[in-house]
Design a protein around this ligand. Structure first.
Ligand code: ATP
Ligand code: MG
Length: 541
């Protein structure tokens, strides 16, 4: 398929027809992602495995039945349409059942990460006013003294009865009628990653499924008989929506692995489950290439399509994969508030340009704009913005924060805060977040290009580049570097790396200061938090 043809022939009307319910009348994520596939008793929704090797197989029928029971259980706990229910578990089936059940009663799901500390949990539970939290003992310890009104449902033993989650919900009926919600009713409050500060509670409508549906088919390239494995955690937008529920809305089988990312384990899983389509964050791919090409070749891997999302994917990683495994990695760009709006489409003939996030997604209207919302000249750098009047817009604003919501809008445009330029063929090239741009001696320097250049050096596993305040230049470029296992920090190596970038890029872009670190500060979703590095520099200077 040609990208141009896909773009031009695309119609949301056709997309709407693929759903079971008539979207104009009623629309519910749980119905489309689970119940409509449950008539076939053998259709597998989820292969589940954890770090200890425990496995389970879930058909759509079983998902439907258990989520119906949980929906009735939530009702018995007083949860009503519009109320909030939070989940704080790793990739557990109890969590997936909770999400479906929450939607089935028309309530709003609030995802959380198990890596969160007590304050992060309290902030989200209080801010969104959750009625129920589903978690386990290990997590519950973090919240015992928070004095919240939220009811806590423990997976491994309820406080009053000692029953497990499964025992508890078995006492409720397996019959439940899914709430006929409207397409613009809220379904999730997703807190942003917090890469730039305090996370904001983005409210999504059920429409997010409609808007993300073409992305999963055309960009990730999920086909009807695929076995899909998206490694991202359910605590963030990509893991919850694009790696779990949208693929399920196609009725395909997915792998859900509960465990931390590990290169060799990932290859074993790809082989064991005959995975045909795989998606993860760039940090995973960066790690894979530091393990070299030999390791992956030891496994029988049938993956046809590799996708990456959540952070810029460095050109070096794409080239390494291409040269060593003969496979492309398709970079995808999106935000919690907008969905996946610039992508490499792996079902089309478009060529992947290493370092570029690809072309606009069909059905969206995008532009590069300045601070006032005016479209910039072709070739110039601008903020990626999405037209809020175009059909796929599903963002209902930040939870109880009109001020923050308004700050994002310029006329009809929603600003993403990300800077990019467009080349002659319409490909988007990421510059960096507007907040991370370094201003040095009159030059504006995007950290991504410098980081990507550093990564091309064999000593560098990961790099984060920030502006360090400097009296003469305003800011100087400083790089924090994690070395690959065989290298040791030294003055000489630091000088070599500076010179390496100077030769590749330009005289004003190279890092004048290099600090070797064991790891970089990251959000639980794996994004580098440059603002923390900047803060640390202020404290230590
Ligand atoms: P916060 O808004 O709280 O600071 P965040 O913006 O990181 O956090 P998310 O909505 O999870 O929260 O992430 C979206 C951001 O991730 C984008 O705005 C962009 O900066 C970055 N991003 C995602 N995918 C890509 C990509 N393929 N290339 C470049 N940047 C990406
Ligand atoms: Mg953001």
């Amino acid at each position: 398929m040609k990208y141009n043809e896909l773009f031009e022939s695309f119609s949301w009307e056709k997309v709407l027809k693929t759903f079971d319910w008539n979207v104009d009348e009623k629309f519910n994520m749980a119905h489309e992602c689970c119940d409509r596939w449950a008539e076939d008793p053998l259709r597998v929704a989820i292969y589940w495995e954890d770090e200890s090797g425990k496995t389970d197989v879930w058909t759509y029928m079983r998902l439907k039945e258990q989520s119906n029971r949980m929906a009735n259980a939530l009702r018995s706990l007083g949860v009503q349409k519009g109320d909030r229910v939070a989940g704080l578990l790793g990739k557990e089936m109890e969590l997936i059942i909770t999400v479906l059940a929450t939607w089935k009663i028309g309530a709003v799901y609030v995802p959380m990460f198990t890596a969160f500390g007590p304050e992060a949990i309290r902030y989200r539970l209080e801010n969104s006013g959750c009625k129920v939290l589903v978690t386990n003992q290990e997590q519950a310890v973090k919240i015992t003294d928070l004095n919240l009104s939220t009811k806590i449902l423990l997976k491994d033993g309820l406080t009053n009865t000692g029953q497990t989650f499964w025992e508890f919900i078995q006492s409720f009926s397996a019959d439940h009628e899914t709430e006929p919600t409207k397409v613009m009713d809220p379904c999730v409050i997703q807190y942003t990653s917090g890469s730039t500060g305090l996370p904001k509670g983005a409210v999504w409508a059920h429409k997010i499924l409609v808007s993300s549906y073409p992305y999963v088919r055309y960009a990730i390239g999920v086909e009807d008989n695929d076995r899909f494995f998206g490694g991202a955690d359910l605590g963030w937008a990509y893991g919850l929506i694009n790696c779990t529920f949208v693929p399920l809305s196609y009725g395909v089988s997915i792998l859900s692995y509960k465990g931390s990312f590990n290169v060799e384990k990932t290859y074993q899983l790809l082989e064991k489950y005959s995975i045909t389509n795989f998606a993860y964050a760039p940090t995973a791919y960066r790690l894979m290439i530091t393990y070299g090409a030999e390791l992956i070749k030891k496994y029988k891997i049938k993956v046809r399509k590799f996708s990456s999302a959540g952070e810029p994917l460095n050109a070096e990683v794409v080239r390494f994969f291409r040269e060593n495994f003969g496979r492309e990695i398709y970079d995808h760009y999106g935000c919690t508030e907008t969905g996946m709006i610039v992508d490499n489409f792996n079902v089309t003939d478009m060529k992947v340009k290493p370092g570029s996030m690809g072309l606009p997604s069909p059905g969206f209207n995008l532009a590069l704009v300045d601070e006032d919302g005016n479209i910039v000249k072709k070739g110039d750098i601008g903020q990626i913005a999405v037209d809020t009047t175009a059909f796929p817009y599903f963002f209902l604003g930040y939870w109880q924060d009109d001020k923050k919501t308004k700050e994002k809008l310029r006329g009809k445009w929603l600003l993403t805060g990300d800077l990019a330029s467009e080349d002659e063929e319409g490909y988007f090239w990421f510059e960096g977040r507007a907040d991370d741009i370094i201003s040095s001696a009159g030059y504006r320097i995007g950290p991504f290009e410098v980081e990507s250049s550093l990564i091309e050096h064999p000593a560098v596993a990961e790099a984060a580049v920030v502006g360090k305040p400097d009296e003469a230049k305003g800011e100087i470029v400083k790089a924090f570097i994690v070395l690959t296992p065989t290298y040791e920090p030294s003055e000489i190596l630091a000088k070599e790396l500076s010179a390496f970038v100077k030769n590749k890029l330009s005289k004003h872009q190279y890092p004048r200061e290099i600090e070797f670190v064991d790891d970089l500060p990251k959000t639980p979703s794996g994004k580098i938090q440059r603002f923390i590095l900047k803060k640390q520099m202020q404290i230590s200077s």
